[in-house]
Design a protein around this ligand. Structure first.
Ligand code: FE2
Ligand code: FE2
Length: 197
């Protein structure tokens, strides 16, 4: 058993106490899917597993708990995040991963931080966590199996598809769209055009 296994064993125990059972099972699913995607696309499997496990550690159904932590951690909110505080759970989860679990790897932390919106110039690990969150085994929506297949064939296309589905969902529910998602989507489309030309 390596250090990482020991860390992950202890981390799982703590994590289980921090979030709901449903969210905990989702997190295990994201960790597994992220590890598979990392293997497939040449990212660190270990980092993917840790990031997947911790990505929602600060997620709370309570707006008040979320905002309390935002203040406590000195996270600066933009206007959209102020209106849709659930968007902040990535930031809060990254801070908790650092402060409570001692995870100081910036690649892991940024993939936790930006898993909710994506962002321009997403790293490979950021793409993997974004997508794993969407297609882990517990997810069930029309088209999820096609998206799982696509994730093994064309990572960027799969991330793009997941973003589109998220945007459609956000639009249907009449919620605000975070500009980071729009920018990330534009960036993915542009970078695909560049490589295809
Ligand atoms: Fe999340
Ligand atoms: Fe999640």
């Amino acid at each position: 058993m390596g250090m990482d296994d020991i860390f992950q064993g202890q981390a799982k125990e703590r994590l289980r106490e921090m979030i709901s059972e449903e969210r905990y099972l989702h997190s295990l699913g994201v960790a597994d899917t992220a590890a598979e995607l990392a293997e497939r696309w040449g990212a660190s499997v270990e980092k993917a597993r840790i990031a997947g496990l911790m990505h929602d550690c600060g997620k709370s159904p309570s707006k008040n708990i979320l905002l309390k932590r935002v203040l406590e951690f000195g996270i600066v909110m933009d206007e959209i995040e102020q209106s849709e505080p659930q968007l902040l759970h990535g930031h809060v989860s990254a801070e908790l991963a650092l402060r409570e679990f001692g995870i100081d790897d910036q690649e892991i932390l940024s993939s936790i931080r930006y898993h909710t919106t994506g962002r321009v110039s997403m790293s490979l690990l950021e793409k993997i966590i974004y997508l794993a969150d969407y297609i882990e085994p517990g997810r069930d929506f029309p088209g999820v199996d096609e998206l799982r297949e696509l994730a093994g064939q064309d990572l960027d296309m799969a991330v793009l598809r997941a973003m589109d589905l998220t945007l459609i969902h956000v639009i249907r529910r009449g919620l605000l769209i975070h500009p980071r998602t729009v920018a990330a989507r534009n960036w993915l489309i542009s970078s695909r055009r560049d490589t295809n030309n």
